[in-house]
Design a protein around this ligand. Structure first.
Ligand SMILES: Cc1cc2nc3c(=O)[nH]c(=O)nc-3n(C[C@H](O)[C@H](O)[C@H](O)COP(=O)(O)OP(=O)(O)OC[C@H]3O[C@@H](n4cnc5c(N)ncnc54)[C@H](O)[C@@H]3O)c2cc1C
Length: 462
């Protein structure tokens, strides 16, 4: 946002204090810390397996159902340990998020998810079978025995039921048919499922019964994981929102269906944020307070102002253009690794599809004069081009070039888009926009043999 932006927010605005640039960048990512965390997680997995193996005797293995019993315990321990890792991935641990971004964390979370779920399902099946064999009874009768005679087992069965429901709902083909908010609410039940799994595990698990030290250690690991989730998903965002006290100040139409919303906030000079990063925004207005959506700052903050620029595509993004001045906002973030920190080369190319221009615009502010950025703004129609004059000004100040390419994807292909970018191999390439646009461009860049570390992207959907 230039200093004039809040004043230029003509349509509805409050009093306009004088803006002051906020220059604190977000901390640089430290990939080495993530490597260490991964090594610790792998070691923890090894210890978990060892705990299960060490409590097993050969006599237990030879007993009727003994092998199934052992495998059932092993899959249970391994599954719940991986579930902990899965929860940690979505806790937004800052030092990991800085390296892989929120989209990277979610990608890992989704890749990992089938493993704990499969292992926990195997655990339930194997143990039911093993107990049925040991008691010389049928599987269904054994299940009813579990519920009526084993303390802690009913809790486990409820947790297991929740896990199965949430897992089915999370299957891509089913999930995409649900409203995102509906899926999100159901998905929260997974936390309850894992809490119930923990309770039955420490009460009944052979690695824990009679092993108070192991029980205490396992409890401490689970408590620490819950603490991390509570701190980073709830505590920190609430504290930050109270501290900065963001409120809607003004709105300005930028293009067809594209509106900038300027907020005022307190102590924004304390905010460490890099161009290209985003917050999850929760507007405390009727019908909006219960959902948080990601929007990128479309300019570096200028205390006391911050700005987002939003393309209306659905309920939330359409409603925020009509927010009343003074509406309070809660934020979670800043998140994202689509920043100047990712840059490995001096020169830069930026390819922004549609509303992807917001991160491109803010990123430009963090680039030095020697970056000579070549920027492509892609839009379907001339009315979709937003923030062009701001981008042009920033590009010219860095001795770069701006290409605005307007036309449908049939009229202007990805090859046409890349054709305007000279000396790509000497540049870091940033791509932002819709999933299909970013995917097509990133694939085309890979086909041209550009190295992975040169290509950075932000997809505007999680
Ligand atoms: C990292 C990131 C940065 C973004 N920055 C901007 C920006 O600067 N300007 C802008 O206009 N848009 C931005 N978006 C996209 C914006 O978040 C969605 O357009 C908006 O959330 C759509 O919500 P809706 O209710 O209006 O539409 P819906 O019809 O509910 O959703 C349309 C699509 O938006 C995505 N979406 C919906 N809700 C969410 C959510 N809570 N979290 C993540 N994705 C969601 C889904 O892919 C969905 O299919 C960004 C998205 C991401 C992930």
């Amino acid at each position: 946002m230039t200093a004039a932006a809040p004043a230029g927010a003509r349509e509805r605005q409050g009093r306009a204090p004088t803006p002051a640039p906020v220059r604190r960048l977000s901390p640089a990512p430290r990939p080495r810390q993530v490597d260490v965390a991964l090594a610790v997680a792998a070691a923890g997995f090894g210890v978990t397996i060892a705990l299960t193996v060490l409590v097993e005797s050969s006599a237990q293995l030879r007993a009727p159902g003994g092998v199934a019993m052992f495998l059932g315990n092993l899959t249970g321990m391994a599954g719940t340990y991986l579930a902990l890792c899965m929860i940690l991935l979505v806790s937004r641990l800052p030092f990991v998020e800085r390296v892989v971004g929120q989209d990277g964390l979610l990608r890992w979370h989704r890749r990992l998810a089938p493993w704990p779920i499969t292992l926990i399902v195997l655990h339930a099946v194997l143990l039911t079978y093993a107990y049925a064999v040991a008691s010389k009874t049928g599987v269904l009768h054994q299940l009813s025995q579990f519920i009526s005679s084993y303390s802690g087992m009913l809790v486990a069965i409820i947790g297991f039921g929740l896990l199965v429901v949430v897992s089915v709902v999370s299957i891509h083909q089913i999930r995409r048919r649900l409203r995102r908010e509906t899926w999100w609410a159901i998905h929260l039940a997974m936390y309850l499922a894992f809490a119930l799994a923990f309770v039955h595990e420490v009460v009944l698990g052979p690695s824990f019964v009679g092993h108070p030290l192991t029980q205490a250690l396992w409890g401490a690991i689970w408590a620490a994981t819950a603490g991390v989730v509570l701190a980073y998903r709830f505590g920190l965002p609430i504290l930050r929102s109270i501290r900065h006290d963001l409120r809607v100040h003004a709105t300005k139409v930028e293009a067809d269906g594209v509106t900038s919303i300027v907020f005022t906030g307190k102590r924004l000079e304390e905010l460490a944020i890099s161009g290209g990063q985003f917050f999850e925004w929760r507007f405390l207005a009727r019908g909006l307070w219960w959902q948080a959506h990601p929007y990128t700052l479309s300019a570096r903050p200028q205390a006391p102002f911050v700005r987002v620029t939003v393309k209306a595509i659905g309920d939330h993004s359409s409603a925020i253009a009509r927010l009343a001045t003074g509406t309070r906002v809660l934020v979670e973030g800043p998140y994202g690794a689509f920043t100047a920190h990712a840059k490995r080369r001096e020169k830069v190319a930026i390819i922004a599809g549609g509303i992807g221009v917001t991160s491109a615009r803010a990123l430009l502010e963090d680039l030095g004069r020697r970056s000579e950025p070549v920027v492509v703004m892609r839009a379907s129609t001339a009315g979709d081009v937003a923030l062009e004059s701001e981008v042009r000004e920033l590009v010219e100040a860095r001795r770069g070039a701006l290409h605005v390419l307007v036309g449908s994807r049939q009229e202007i292909s990805v090859d046409d888009t890349l054709a305007v970018l000279r000396d790509l191999r000497r540049r870091d390439i940033y791509v932002s926009g819709s999933e299909s646009f970013v995917q097509a461009v990133v694939e085309a860049l890979a086909e041209r043999g550009l190295p992975d570390d040169a290509v950075h992207w932000e997809v505007y959907a999680l």
